[in-house]
Ligand binder design. Structure first.
Ligand SMILES: O=P(O)(O)OC[C@H]1O[C@H](O)[C@H](O)[C@@H](O)[C@@H]1O
Length: 446
C-alpha cells in the first residue's frame, strides 16, 4: 500500500493551510471527474487503468512475445513522454546488470532507447553494437513529427531494410503513434507496420500506461497486467474527493502550501539506483505540467546516498528554497548482510550482520532529520515493496497529484506551449522550408 507522510514538513506550514485549500481541490477534483476543466481534452488518463482498449492490450502482449523470441535487442525510439515512462518502469523492475546478462538468463531482450537526443556518436555506436545481434524496433511518437525520434528512425529503418530486407524489416518494426494523423501514421500505413495507438485524449507525459510504455515494458519481461492492476488500485484510492482520505491530494496541497511560502524547488529523492529514471519521468510530468505562465515548482532529483556526497552540502546548507520528497521502499529487496572482519581496521564491525537495507534506512532517516534541521521541509512517499503492481500505483499517485497541483496553482496542467520555442529556432537555423524569415533574423543574432 502506498503511504504519504508530511509530518516532517509541519514545522514549515500550519495544517490549517491545507484545510484552506480544500475548496480549490474539490473544484480540481470535479474538473478531473467530469473532464471539463482547463485541458479537459487531455484527461483520458484519469480512468485509463480500467478503461483501456483490451483488444489492443492483447496485441501488445503478442507483439512483446514476438520481440522476446526474435530479438536480442529491442530498440525503442522516442523522446519525452514517449520514452521516459518505459525507461523508468524497466529500470525500476529489472536487474541492474541485465545489459550484461545473456538472453537465456534475462528471458527478454535488452531494451535500448534512442531518438531521445541528437548525438551522432550515440547512434553510430548503437549501430555498431547491434551489428551481430538480432533486433526489433518500436518507434514511438504521439505527434509523429518530432525531430529527434524521426532522425533516429530514418537511420534505423534504412539499416534494418538493408540488413533484413524490406519484408522481414516490416515484421520487426512496430509503430506507436496517433490513430490517424502525423507523418509516422502515414508511413506506417504505407509500409504496413503493426501499429499501436496513443489516444487523442492522453498527452505524452501521461501516456506510460498506454501502448507508449506498455510495449517496451512488456518486451522487457515485466508483467503489464499487474502494472495496470496496480494503477487501477491507485485510481480507486487517489480519486477519492475527500482530501483526508486521499494521499495524492494531500501531496498536491502540501506542495502548494510550501510553494506559496517561497519553496520553489522540489527534489525527488531516492535511495535505490533502480529509481533514478523514475525521477526523470516525474520531472517531465511535473515540469511540463506546472512550469508555465512564469510560475511553477522546479522539479529536481537526487540519487542517494550517492548525491549526499556531491549535492548534500547544498541541500543541507545552501539557498533555502528547497523541499524534498523521498520515495522509500519499506521492504529489504536483498538479503545481503555486512560481513564480520576480524581485524576491523575499517571499524565497521558494529554493522556486522546487519542487512544493507537497514543501513540504507538509517542513512535515509538521518538525512531527513538533518535536512529538516537545515530548513528543508521533507515529504515521504512509501510503498511496501517495489513490483509491477506498486509501480502502477505510484504512477497513478503522481499523475493525479500533478493534475490537482497544477489546478491549485491556476495553470492548465495538460498543455506545454513553451517547448515550441527551441523547435522553431532549430528549424529556422537548419533551413527548414517555411522558416526563411526567422532564419535571417536568428543568424543576425548569433
Ligand atoms: O511523442 P511525441 O509527439 O514525439 O512527443 C515527445 C515529447 O516532445 C514534445 O516536445 C513535448 O514537449 C513532450 O510532451 C512530448 O512527450
Amino acid at each position: 500500500m502506498l503511504k504519504f507522510s508530511y509530518k516532517n514538513a509541519l514545522n514549515f506550514f500550519r495544517e490549517e493551510e491545507i484545510k484552506l485549500l480544500e475548496d480549490q481541490i474539490n473544484i480540481g477534483h470535479k474538473n478531473l471527474e467530469e473532464k471539463k476543466g482547463p485541458g479537459a481534452e487531455f484527461t483520458g488518463w484519469t480512468d485509463l487503468p480500467v478503461n483501456y482498449d483490451k483488444e489492443e492490450f492483447s496485441r501488445i502482449q503478442k507483439a512483446a512475445e514476438y520481440v522476446k523470441e526474435n530479438a536480442d535487442v529491442f530498440i525503442c525510439i522516442g523522446i519525452g513522454g514517449s520514452y521516459l515512462g518505459a525507461q523508468a518502469a524497466i529500470d525500476a523492475l529489472s536487474n541492474h546488470f541485465s545489459l550484461g546478462l545473456d538472453k537465456e538468463t534475462r528471458k527478454a531482450p535488452q531494451v535500448i532507447f534512442c531518438g531521445n537526443q541528437i548525438s551522432g556518436r550515440y547512434l553510430e555506436e548503437l549501430l555498431e553494437y547491434v551489428k551481430d545481434k538480432e533486433i526489433a524496433l518500436n518507434v514511438i511518437s504521439k505527434s509523429g513529427t518530432t525531430t529527434e525520434p524521426a532522425i533516429a528512425f530514418r537511420v534505423f529503418r534504412n539499416y534494418m531494410e538493408e540488413r533484413y530486407g524490406k519484408e522481414e524489416a516490416k515484421n520487426r518494426i512496430f509503430v506507436t503513434t496517433d490513430k490517424q494523423k502525423g507523418a509516422l501514421k502515414e508511413l506506417s500505413n504505407q509500409e504496413g507496420y503493426e501499429s499501436f495507438i496513443v489516444p487523442d485524449e492522453i498527452g505524452g507525459r501521461y501516456s506510460v500506461l498506454t501502448a507508449v510504455g506498455l510495449l517496451p515494458i512488456a518486451a522487457a519481461g515485466i508483467n503489464i497486467e499487474e502494472l495496470m492492476q496496480g494503477a487501477a488500485k491507485g485510481m480507486e484510492t487517489f480519486s477519492v474527493e475527500n482530501i483526508e482520505e486521499n494521499p495524492a491530494y494531500q501531496y498536491a496541497a502540501v506542495r502548494n502550501a510550501l510553494y506559496r511560502k517561497g519553496y520553489g524547488t522540489e527534489i525527488l529523492v531516492n535511495y535505490e539506483p533502480s529509481l533514478r529514471n523514475l525521477s526523470e519521468w516525474w520531472k517531465q510530468l511535473f515540469g511540463e505540467s506546472e512550469g508555465k505562465d512564469q510560475k511553477g515548482i522546479f522539479p529536481a532529483s537526487v540519487n542517494n546516498t550517492t548525491d549526499l556526497h556531491s549535492m548534500g552540502q547544498f541541500i543541507q546548507d545552501g539557498k533555502r528554497d528547497l523541499f524534498e520528497t523521498v520515495i522509500w521502499i519499506d521492504s529489504a529487496n536483498s538479503s545481503l548482510e555486512i560481513p564480520e572482519d576480524e581485524a576491523n581496521l575499517d571499524g565497521l564491525n558494529y554493522l556486522a550482520g546487519k542487512n544493507m537495507h537497514e543501513v540504507n534506512e538509517k542513512a535515509m532517516l538521518g538525512t531527513v532529520l538533518s535536512h529538516v534541521d537545515g530548513g528543508v521541509p521533507n515529504l515521504k512517499v512509501s510503498v511496501d515493496e517495489l513490483n509491477a503492481f506498486t509501480l502502477g500505483e505510484l504512477i497513478y499517485f503522481f499523475e493525479r497529484a500533478c493534475a490537482i497541483s497544477g489546478y491549485l496553482n491556476a495553470v492548465n496542467p495538460f498543455d506545454q506551449p513553451g517547448v515550441e520555442g527551441y523547435k522553431k529556432n532549430m528549424f529556422a537555423l537548419l533551413g527548414k522550408p517555411g522558416f526563411e524569415a526567422e532564419r535571417a533574423e536568428l543568424e543576425a543574432k548569433l
